[in-house]
Design a protein around this ligand. Structure first.
Ligand code: 5MM
Length: 348
């Protein structure tokens, strides 16, 4: 394990003003997304869609990395492999390595993510093809009597084992324990479940000796469930999110890259901007959005070649909105730090 490489990659992924595009929809999920615009999924059409995204002129100003699916990492754009193409634009290629969330035996409403079998060999191959970071998503569902400790523990354990295997090969693990926002719970309940989950995840990461400086956390925001009659404001979401994370996420983790989890593009943009306004967090707070970055581009594209430019424009505009708000706060934070340092020197 080369800790310097891990740290460098992790820091590059959360460079000020930049974040990650999650374009790692599995076969079933991409089919669902394309079905919405009346397009039938197959490897060629999936590539045409993703090529539209990746070749967007200027997108590298806002994207530090892209998470790919196994199908895409083996495809090519303009006679370069997809990872080579992205790296050529200064975008770091990453890979989804989990095999999806499956029913947890004896816990009918809960899931555990699978994919550890053969992972060491798969990581070796992905590294050869060009992946510098990886992603594994665990899903925690909120309900009357769930999540159970068993579900949280099972997912935390596999997340930690995945992370350790990645670091063994100098691949930065993006650790994604997603507390779903689909239920009718309020903000407080989301905070409670997110806290329980993250506590357990960091306990297992520590037990497996995962180097915190060489990983990224990809969590949900602390937010009201979609079906809740009371929806917290962006400021409330931001305060609750930062407060929760300060309690449970160690400061050595270089960055937190939020998932959008079904928020609209505007909500996800605004909430992240507000999160970055809350003072006192030791991490870079950025994004690893799938739907919130892609939704407008996908509907504009609608599977038609003649819409590629307009779709790219929509994609660039969204990425710019998300990225620029981050850069603005990063600049302010740096200025404040410089002021503080100067003051300290004078007082010393
Ligand atoms: C892009 O979707 C990713 C893969 O999902 P499946 O395994 O279900 O096909 C997903 O893990 C995604 O990276 C996260 O959910 C974040 O995406 P959103 O849309 O929530 O920002």
């Amino acid at each position: 394990m080369d800790i310097t490489i891990l740290k460098q990659t992790a820091q590059a992924l959360v460079a000020p003003g930049k974040g990650i595009l999650a374009a790692d929809e599995s076969t079933k999920t991409i089919a669902k997304r394309l079905e919405k615009i009346g397009v039938e999924s197959n490897p060629e059409i999936n590539l045409a869609y993703r090529k539209m995204l990746f070749t967007t002129p200027g997108i590298e100003q806002y994207l530090s990395g892209v998470i790919l699916y196994d199908e895409t990492i083996r495809q090519s754009i303009d006679s370069a492999s997809v990872p080579q193409y992205l790296a050529g634009k200064g975008i770091i290629p990453g890979i989804k390595v989990d095999k999806g969330a499956w029913l947890l035996p004896n816990f009918p409403e809960e899931k555990v993510t699978e994919g550890l079998d053969g992972l060491r060999d798969r990581l070796t191959e992905y590294k050869e093809i060009g992946a510098k970071f990886a992603k594994w998503r665990a899903v925690i569902t909120i309900g009357e009597e769930i999540p159970t400790d068993t579900c949280i523990e099972a997912n935390a354990e596999v997340l930690a084992r995945y992370a350790a295997l990645c670091q063994e090969q100098d691949i930065v693990p993006v650790v994604e324990p997603e507390v779903l926002m689909d239920a009718d719970n309020d903000l407080e309940r989301c905070k409670e479940v997110t806290t329980m989950t993250l506590k357990k995840v960091f306990e297992r990461l520590s037990a497996h000796k995962v180097v915190l400086e060489g990983m990224l956390l990809k969590p949900n925001m602390v937010i009201s469930g979609k079906k809740s009659p009371t929806q917290a404001s962006s400021q409330e979401v931001a305060e609750a999110t930062v407060k929760t994370f300060l309690e449970v996420v160690p400061g050595q983790v270089p960055g937190i890259v939020f998932l959008s989890g079904g928020q609209t593009p505007n909500q996800a943009t605004e909430n992240l901007a507000e999160i970055n306004k809350v003072p006192g967090s030791p991490w870079q707070m950025s994004f690893s959005y799938g739907r919130a970055l892609q939704d407008e581009a996908l509907t504009t594209w609608a599977g038609k070649e003649e819409n590629v430019r307009a779709a790219q424009q929509a994609f660039l505009e969204r990425a710019k909105k998300v990225g620029e708000s981050l850069a603005e706060y990063a600049r302010k934070a740096i200025k404040e730090q410089v002021k503080k340092d100067k003051k300290k020197k004078v007082n010393d």
